[in-house]
Design a protein around this ligand. Structure first.
Ligand code: DGL
Length: 258
């Protein structure tokens, strides 16, 4: 393995951009391969076995492309498949993301909190154990069925509709919001329009720090060039082209919306 080898990163679609941006902030010289799995999107309503099978295929592709580390930029895939992927590929570091509920415990445990995530993440054993460990006894768990799909489609009407239906019951009730799906940081502004000036908690900065730590330990930080980003989509043709354009547009937007 060489320091110039790429970092492989994947999500069910373009949500992982929010993780890639954090990675680029502290690892700007790295070469990234971003795999967007439009063909199998969304993951949130799939069974554990389905998610494992899909993620195994993506991981093998990213390993074939010589990835020195794999980043699962999807909370659902992390909750359902990370354990099995690590078992199947013990020689390569696999970094997973989880809803930043521990951060609430560490920094704002005394405030009413809302965890937004896919149904798959909320119902997973992994999240259940995180929730039990850091429960502040004033937390609402909200499976946001349809939200990641609407964001993936870039359908702003649908985004507003889903958010309004899901979030209205929590108006004036919560101060912390955990963004437990990597698509959700893309709609922070729209969430604030309904919930007001809440504090967001997002797991991606911790993932970036973890990747940097592992690469430092293994002496695999790329010092050489200005990093590149290669985009792959599991769909082909026009749809893949459109997804790639959307990906680059999101990457150009300088900061994740506050
Ligand atoms: N971005 C993914 C996550 O973080 C989920 C989207 C999906 O349901 O495919 O959970």
């Amino acid at each position: 393995m060489n320091s110039t080898d790429p970092i492989g990163i994947f999500d069910s679609g373009i949500g992982g951009v929010t993780v890639l941006k954090e990675l680029q902030k502290i690892l700007p010289n790295e070469n990234y391969i971003y795999y967007s799995d439009s063909k199998n999107n969304p993951y949130g309503s799939k069974t554990e076995q389905e998610v494992i099978t899909i993620c195994e295929e993506i991981t093998s592709t990213l390993i074939e492309q010589k990835s020195k580390v794999i980043v699962i930029a999807c909370n659902t895939a992390s909750a359902k498949a990370a354990k099995q992927l690590r078992k199947n590929h013990p020689d390569i570091p696999i970094i997973a993301i989880e809803p930043a509920y521990k951060m609430v415990h560490d920094f704002a445990y005394d405030k009413p909190s809302l965890v937004m995530a896919t149904k798959g993440t909320i119902e997973s054993e992994k999240f259940h154990s995180l929730y039990q460990t850091y429960n502040n006894h004033q937390t609402y768990l909200l499976p946001c069925i349809g939200l990641a799909d609407a964001i993936e489609e870039g359908n702003s009407m649908k985004i507003k509709e889903v958010l309004s239906e899901k979030l209205k019951p929590f108006q004036e009730k919560v101060e912390n919001v955990v963004l437990g799906c990597t698509h959700y940081p893309l709609v922070k502004k729209e969430i604030k329009e309904i919930l007001g000036n809440v504090t967001f908690f997002d797991g991606s900065p911790k993932v970036a720090l973890q990747v940097k730590k592992i690469l430092t330990q293994q002496k695999l930080i790329n010092q050489k060039n200005k990093g590149t980003v290669t985009f792959i989509d599991s769909k082909k043709g026009e749809e893949a082209k459109q997804k790639e354009e959307r990906f680059h547009k999101l990457m150009k937007q300088t900061e994740n919306k506050k």
